[in-house]
Structure formats: C-alpha cells, structure tokens
Design a protein around this ligand. Structure first.
Ligand SMILES: Cc1cc2nc3c(=O)[nH]c(=O)nc-3n(C[C@H](O)[C@H](O)[C@H](O)COP(=O)(O)O)c2cc1C
Length: 200
C-alpha cells in the first residue's frame, strides 16, 4: 500500500472509532436535582447526596450529566426547606429552574436523580419534566433518602408522564451512605447498571 492509501485508511479508521465512542456516550444523560446546606443526617454539606450518586453513574456509563437547579434557592436550614417543600407538594407548585434545559433530542435514556422529599420527587423535577421533551424516552430513576427509599416517586412520575417510559426498578441509596461511603455508592451503581443491562 502506498503512503497516501495508508494515510487515508488510517484516517477512516480513526474517524470510525471516534464516531462509535461518541454514539455510545451520546445516548444517555444523567439529570439530577440535589440540595446542599443543612441535611437531615449528615450536617451541612457542600455537595448533595444525590449529586454524589449522579456523578458515579455518569462516571461508570460515560453519559453526559446536567444538574437541575431551582431558580429561587431552597433554604439552607433543614426545617425551612422541609416547610417550603411541603407547601410546594401540597399546592402542586411548579417552581422555576435555572438556565436552559439540555436538548434531549440526542438522548434516548435519561438517568433521573432526586432526593425523596415527602415521599415524592421535588416539585422542580416536575417543572423540568413538563418542559423537557421526554415522550418515548426511557427514564431510569434513582434517589437518595433517609428511610423511605424511592417510595412512590417512580410511580407518581410514570403517572404524570405516561408517554415516557419510566423504569420502576430504580436505585435508592441512603443519603448518609451516598455522602460518606464512595465505595458503597460505586458498588450499588455497578449492581444497578448490571441489572439494567447497562454494563457487563
Ligand atoms: C424537604 C425534605 C423532605 C424529605 N422527605 C423525606 C422523606 O419523605 N423520606 C425520606 O426517607 N427522606 C426524606 N428526606 C431526606 C432526604 O431524602 C435525604 O437527606 C436525601 O439524601 C437528600 O439528598 P440531597 O442531598 O441530594 O438533596 C427529606 C429531606 C428534605 C430536605
């Protein structure tokens, strides 16, 4: 093979590899909401419990990641935060979120993370899902909690968004474990992804 042919073939091969990697990682995105400040069981935290799980999922899958943030910050003080969250739940509020939602056209799978708040997902998660185009997307919920697990969060979401495919076998991790035990998070995420057929 002459030099030119070798160069062209090499280029084609390299392009192919880059494209196939991009295709693998472009299909999934981790979208999560997580609250910092005074926490139920781990004191004042700089990085939320759910954020830690979200980052581990993105690390293991190579998925893109986007943090959903409320426009008007939830209170730092735990009791104030639970009061506001309860009012929002009772009134089915749709608090605004910051910035632009990612364009989901390139993704078919969304790993959706949130803390269990009063047995449901925080209302800002609903705000986001109502704006995002999630019809026919596969949604894999995960949450952190302090005893209630996923509760009815995945069922509530599935009922609210019947055109999306909400997996009911979500991942639930104790918040204090997520905050303090990176190894436990790593193996819980590994086990969950295996069960979902997302890794060998
Ligand atoms: C407003 C609010 C409501 C909560 N409600 C519940 C609940 O119903 N059940 C539960 O197990 N934990 C509940 N928790 C605890 C959180 O789910 C837990 O601390 C979680 O790990 C917080 O995640 P984050 O740091 O990502 O926000 C609540 C916490 C807050 C702030």
């Amino acid at each position: 093979m002459n030099k030119l042919a070798t160069l062209i073939l090499g280029g084609i091969l390299m392009f192919g590899v880059t494209m196939s990697n991009a295709a693998e990682t472009a299909q999934s995105i981790v979208i999560y909401f997580s609250h910092t400040g005074e926490n139920y069981s781990v004191g004042v935290i700089q990085e939320g419990n759910t954020a830690k799980v979200a980052k581990e999922i993105a690390r293991q899958t190579g998925a893109a990641i986007w943090e959903l943030k409320e426009a008007e910050p939830y209170p730092v003080k735990y009791n104030d935060c639970i009061d506001r969250a309860k009012k929002e739940l009772q009134s089915k509020a749709r608090p605004a979120f910051q910035g632009e939602a990612p364009d989901l056209a390139d993704y078919d799978t969304i790993y959706l993370g949130y803390p269990n708040w009063w047995g449901d997902a925080p209302m800002v998660v609903y705000t986001f899902l109502e704006k995002a185009k999630i019809d026919s997307k596969t949604i894999l919920p995960f949450c952190t909690h302090e005893g209630s697990g996923l509760g009815s969060t995945a069922r509530n979401l599935a009922r609210a968004f019947p055109k999306a495919k909400f997996n009911q076998d979500g991942l639930a991790i104790y918040g204090h474990v997520a905050q303090k035990d990176a190894d436990a998070v790593k193996s819980a995420v590994e086990g969950w992804l295996k069960k979902l057929g997302k890794r060998k």
